[in-house]
Structure formats: C-alpha cells, structure tokens
Design a protein around this ligand. Sequence first.
Ligand SMILES: O=P(O)(O)OC[C@H]1O[C@H](OP(=O)(O)OP(=O)(O)O)[C@H](O)[C@@H]1O
Ligand SMILES: [Mg+2]
Length: 165
Amino acid sequence: MSLPDKAFPVSWDQFHRDARALAWRLADNGQEWRAMVCITRGGLVPAAIISRELNIRMIETVCIASYHDYDTQGQMKVLKGISPEIAKDGGEGVLIVDDLTDTGKTAAEVRAMLPKAHFAAVYAKPKGRPLVDTFVTEVSQDTWIYFPWDLGFTYQEPIAKGTRG
Ligand SMILES: O=P(O)(O)OC[C@H]1O[C@H](OP(=O)(O)OP(=O)(O)O)[C@H](O)[C@@H]1O
Ligand SMILES: [Mg+2]
C-alpha cells in the first residue's frame, strides 16, 4: 500500500459546509431536478445534504465499486444500475451526486448511463474535473482526500517530518 504525497483530511463540519456550498451552486443554476442519482457509497452523504437543501424527494442509487485496496483502483463493478423511469430521456432533469471525482472513471461510467444528466461532486481532482458539471473544491492529483466517515483521531506527523522527501 503506497501512501499519497499529500493528505486532505475533511471533518464532518467541513464536509457539511462544502456539500451545502455545492447545493447553493446548484440552486443558483436555477434548474428544477426531477430526481437525484446518488453514486454509492460515497455519494450517499452529500446526497442526504443536497436533497434536503434542494427539496429533491426522488432518490435513486447507482451502486459502483472500484477502489478495493483504499488507494488502488481495481476493476469497476456496477452492482446495481438505474431504473428505466429515472434513466428515461437520457437522464434529462436528473442530478447525479458523488463525494469526489478522482480519475473520472466512475463519473464516465455513470455519465454513459445518463448522458443528459447534470453531474455534481463536492471535490474534484484535475483528471476528473472535465467530467463534472459542478463542484466546490479542487485538490491536486497527488492528494488523498480523507473523508470523516473513514477517520478516527490519531497523532499527525508535522508536514516537514512526514513522508515527503
Ligand atoms: O474518479 P474515480 O477515480 O473513479 O474515483 C472516484 C470514486 O472513488 C470513490 O468511490 P469508491 O469506488 O472507492 O467506492 P465507495 O464510494 O463505495 O467508497 C469515490 O466515492 C468516487 O465514487
Ligand atoms: Mg464512490
């Protein structure tokens, strides 16, 4: 397991603020959404926050697994697809939500299912950014984002003494 160069740890507070900021951006867009498609599992958390802010009640999941060993991307598996009712008209009027886009492979897979939907992610890395319509914060490709649901409290090495050579 190789450690990424840079770490971007996100607290629950920060995630809530950033997901709400994403909801503000989507609201400013002025579009009415007929449904939300949430990419499990990471998309479930921003989906709860955004659906509350934008009053979206019709929520579908697309269940995709790809990162098997925390930072190594394995083969992508679609465990559950999108219902025909939600996927109709190429997904026009549908909002896709995920926590982040990294290489953009997950986003590309779901975009292929719903070519006319709007894709929103809280965080984006440069490779994935072109696949996202709306996001809040960009971090560099060599940064690993640590989400609050994956974290516990531990001692942190100072940056100058850490893994950077
Ligand atoms: O842009 P990509 O390189 O495809 O990576 C982004 C995807 O990776 C993570 O999901 P993961 O597959 O780890 O599953 P999880 O959401 O169940 O944690 C994350 O939640 C995104 O969905
Ligand atoms: Mg995911």
